[in-house]
Design a protein around this ligand. Sequence first.
Ligand SMILES: [Zn+2]
Length: 445
Amino acid sequence: MNAPEFCAGVARRNITPETSIWMSGYPFRDRPSEGALHPLWAKALAIEDSNRTRVVIVATDLIALPRDITDLVSMRVQQRYGIERSQIMFNSTHTHSGPVVWPNLMAMFNLRREDESVVVQYSRRLGEELFSLIGSALADLAPAQLSYGFGETHFAVNRREHTPEGVRIGINATGPVDPQVPVLRILSKAGHLRAVVFGYACHNTASPCRSYQLSGDYAGFAQAELEQNHPGASAMFMMLCGGDQNPNPLGSIELARSHGKTLAAEVDRVLETVLSPVSSPFRSAFESISLDFAPHTRETFENELKDADPAHVHRANAMLRTYDEFRPVHQTLYPIQALRFGPDFAILALGGEVVVDYSLRVKKRYPGKLVVAAYSNDVMSYIPSRRVLQEGGYEAIDSMVFYGQPGPFADDVEDRVLDGLDAVMRRVGISVEGTRKGADFSDGS
Ligand SMILES: [Zn+2]
């Protein structure tokens, strides 16, 4: 074969806030940022198959990208470049040392008007940057070789520690984890590394929770390390189902740096192995399903107004407003996306802070070469499994306050997500029945 089957384009934008800005991820910080340890990046990879079907993957050193931003950017990309919503995947590294992104997690903070305006302006600008970033990646398309492989690393630990007082954030050494590190390698026609996309299911929270220096945390260090090892290449981290996973140990910049090095070393090791070639055609599907919250009444939030915690009062006020306006919140939209690359390789991109149970369950359900990413396209809350919801704790209940959601999900949340993702997978020709039959997803579609 003379002509390469694929084209790829890469682009990047430095999205480090230019001024001091409130940082996201923890309610404890008492002042805005004080400088940056290293730049924060938005990076895009555009790939095109032999039928000229395109897929764009966007990675960002941010806590999350809310749908307010991703909807707008994809709409503009669709208008300008004719690329459908299903063909663009946005992921965030979930760094807890990045800026607040409006309106994600807004109930977590009590921002003064001037601090809020910095955040709103940054987020607006971010939309512009992402639109132009995608344009640059598309303009950069050139013949490329695509291949993929899997490695693993082990610094993530299940953080749902069971205590006599209930589940708290700590260390659960026997809880489920997913050590897999998927790697997508993009070489130029001449064989030079142009980009590497890699992922891991682990909160990006190795840095101290009261650090005031902006950084990409371990994922930022891993990307920087890989880019240093491969001059000219873009390293893009994709956050997987790490909702209930924390780095272990954690709590210092040095640990963020060393976990980053560990992850980069594993990606480098995989890059040197014999990888599987990606094949055509690309197929994509995107759907927003709706997830129900557990029932609540106006009284639920009238009582919550008396809570000593300002985040609860904030949430209660927001919910009472929705009751006043005759639109109480009983559901949330939930985006599910599937990107299929030829018969045997696919990325399933789920919204929200998805706990690891989903990753393990979905990979068993579709025993092919499947990457289950989370923190994609929107992050409206944690997404607990049935087990996590029943056990309670931060991911099931407490975090909903910071997300400004009315309360825990209804009992059927896991079934809804699984039904939704089955439907999206079917639209790219992958079915549970088909997958069980063979070693890949090829079920005649
Ligand atoms: Zn989180």
